[in-house]
Design a protein. Structure first.
Length: 135
Protein backbone atom coordinates (compact mmCIF):
# COMPACT_ATOMS: atom_id res chain seq x y z
CA UNK A 1 0.00 0.00 0.00
CA UNK A 2 2.77 2.34 0.94
CA UNK A 3 4.58 1.69 -2.32
CA UNK A 4 1.41 2.37 -4.30
CA UNK A 5 1.05 5.78 -2.64
CA UNK A 6 4.66 6.53 -3.36
CA UNK A 7 4.25 5.60 -7.03
CA UNK A 8 1.05 7.56 -7.41
CA UNK A 9 2.61 10.60 -5.73
CA UNK A 10 5.65 10.37 -8.01
CA UNK A 11 3.36 9.92 -11.01
CA UNK A 12 1.35 13.05 -10.14
CA UNK A 13 4.55 15.00 -9.60
CA UNK A 14 5.89 13.86 -12.97
CA UNK A 15 2.62 14.86 -14.64
CA UNK A 16 2.78 18.34 -13.09
CA UNK A 17 6.41 18.72 -14.17
CA UNK A 18 5.53 17.61 -17.71
CA UNK A 19 2.60 20.06 -17.81
CA UNK A 20 4.87 22.92 -16.66
CA UNK A 21 7.43 22.03 -19.32
CA UNK A 22 4.75 21.90 -22.01
CA UNK A 23 3.42 25.31 -20.91
CA UNK A 24 6.94 26.77 -21.07
CA UNK A 25 7.50 25.26 -24.52
CA UNK A 26 4.20 26.68 -25.79
CA UNK A 27 5.03 30.06 -24.31
CA UNK A 28 8.49 30.06 -25.94
CA UNK A 29 7.05 28.96 -29.26
CA UNK A 30 4.40 31.66 -29.07
CA UNK A 31 7.02 34.35 -28.35
CA UNK A 32 9.18 33.08 -31.20
CA UNK A 33 6.24 33.10 -33.63
CA UNK A 34 5.33 36.64 -32.58
CA UNK A 35 8.88 37.91 -33.09
CA UNK A 36 9.11 36.16 -36.48
CA UNK A 37 5.77 37.65 -37.45
CA UNK A 38 6.91 41.15 -36.46
CA UNK A 39 10.14 40.70 -38.43
CA UNK A 40 8.31 39.51 -41.56
CA UNK A 41 5.78 42.31 -41.30
CA UNK A 42 8.46 44.97 -41.00
CA UNK A 43 10.50 43.41 -43.81
CA UNK A 44 7.52 43.14 -46.14
CA UNK A 45 6.46 46.67 -45.28
CA UNK A 46 9.92 47.96 -46.15
CA UNK A 47 9.85 45.99 -49.42
CA UNK A 48 6.47 47.45 -50.36
CA UNK A 49 7.77 50.93 -49.58
CA UNK A 50 10.84 50.32 -51.74
CA UNK A 51 8.70 49.11 -54.64
CA UNK A 52 6.40 52.07 -54.28
CA UNK A 53 9.36 54.43 -54.27
CA UNK A 54 10.79 52.72 -57.36
CA UNK A 55 7.45 53.04 -59.15
CA UNK A 56 7.32 56.73 -58.26
CA UNK A 57 10.88 57.18 -59.50
CA UNK A 58 9.98 55.59 -62.85
CA UNK A 59 6.84 57.69 -63.10
CA UNK A 60 8.74 60.91 -62.43
CA UNK A 61 11.39 60.04 -65.02
CA UNK A 62 8.83 59.25 -67.72
CA UNK A 63 6.23 61.93 -66.91
CA UNK A 64 7.71 64.91 -68.73
CA UNK A 65 8.57 63.08 -71.97
CA UNK A 66 5.85 60.41 -71.92
CA UNK A 67 3.72 61.99 -74.65
CA UNK A 68 6.71 62.11 -77.05
CA UNK A 69 7.84 58.61 -76.11
CA UNK A 70 4.31 57.28 -76.57
CA UNK A 71 3.95 58.87 -80.02
CA UNK A 72 7.27 57.41 -81.15
CA UNK A 73 6.28 53.95 -79.88
CA UNK A 74 2.99 54.15 -81.80
CA UNK A 75 4.91 55.08 -84.95
CA UNK A 76 7.42 52.23 -84.44
CA UNK A 77 5.00 49.41 -83.74
CA UNK A 78 4.13 46.85 -86.33
CA UNK A 79 0.41 46.10 -86.35
CA UNK A 80 -2.06 47.51 -83.86
CA UNK A 81 -1.25 45.38 -80.85
CA UNK A 82 0.21 48.31 -78.87
CA UNK A 83 3.35 46.37 -77.97
CA UNK A 84 7.07 46.84 -78.62
CA UNK A 85 10.21 45.04 -77.53
CA UNK A 86 11.50 46.17 -74.16
CA UNK A 87 14.88 46.95 -75.74
CA UNK A 88 13.16 49.26 -78.28
CA UNK A 89 11.31 50.98 -75.46
CA UNK A 90 14.60 51.59 -73.62
CA UNK A 91 16.23 52.98 -76.79
CA UNK A 92 13.24 55.28 -77.36
CA UNK A 93 13.48 56.57 -73.80
CA UNK A 94 17.18 57.25 -74.28
CA UNK A 95 16.42 59.27 -77.43
CA UNK A 96 14.41 61.61 -75.22
CA UNK A 97 17.15 61.69 -72.55
CA UNK A 98 15.24 59.46 -70.16
CA UNK A 99 17.74 56.95 -68.84
CA UNK A 100 16.34 54.08 -66.82
CA UNK A 101 18.48 51.97 -64.49
CA UNK A 102 18.59 48.18 -64.73
CA UNK A 103 16.43 48.00 -61.61
CA UNK A 104 13.82 50.29 -63.20
CA UNK A 105 13.84 48.28 -66.44
CA UNK A 106 13.38 45.09 -64.41
CA UNK A 107 10.42 46.65 -62.59
CA UNK A 108 8.82 47.72 -65.88
CA UNK A 109 9.46 44.22 -67.28
CA UNK A 110 7.79 42.60 -64.26
CA UNK A 111 4.78 44.89 -64.39
CA UNK A 112 4.05 45.35 -68.11
CA UNK A 113 5.93 42.74 -70.16
CA UNK A 114 5.49 39.20 -71.35
CA UNK A 115 8.15 37.02 -73.01
CA UNK A 116 7.90 37.31 -76.78
CA UNK A 117 7.14 34.23 -78.86
CA UNK A 118 10.73 33.90 -80.06
CA UNK A 119 12.18 34.44 -76.56
CA UNK A 120 12.43 31.93 -73.79
CA UNK A 121 11.62 32.41 -70.14
CA UNK A 122 14.68 33.60 -68.32
CA UNK A 123 17.40 36.19 -68.34
CA UNK A 124 18.07 36.24 -72.10
CA UNK A 125 14.45 36.26 -73.23
CA UNK A 126 13.13 38.97 -75.52
CA UNK A 127 10.37 40.83 -73.69
CA UNK A 128 7.33 42.48 -75.25
CA UNK A 129 6.08 45.63 -73.53
CA UNK A 130 2.45 46.69 -73.70
CA UNK A 131 3.03 50.45 -73.55
CA UNK A 132 -0.71 51.18 -73.66
CA UNK A 133 -1.00 49.70 -70.15
CA UNK A 134 1.70 52.08 -68.96
CA UNK A 135 -0.40 55.11 -69.90
Amino acid sequence: MRTERCFSANGRERERTNERLEDKNQESTSKLNMSQSRFLTSTLGATKMALTNLEKQISVKLAYEWKSIYRMLVAMEEGNDETVDLAEFDKTCQKFNVSLSNEEIAKIRNMFCVPSVEGQDGENAAWTLNYKHMS
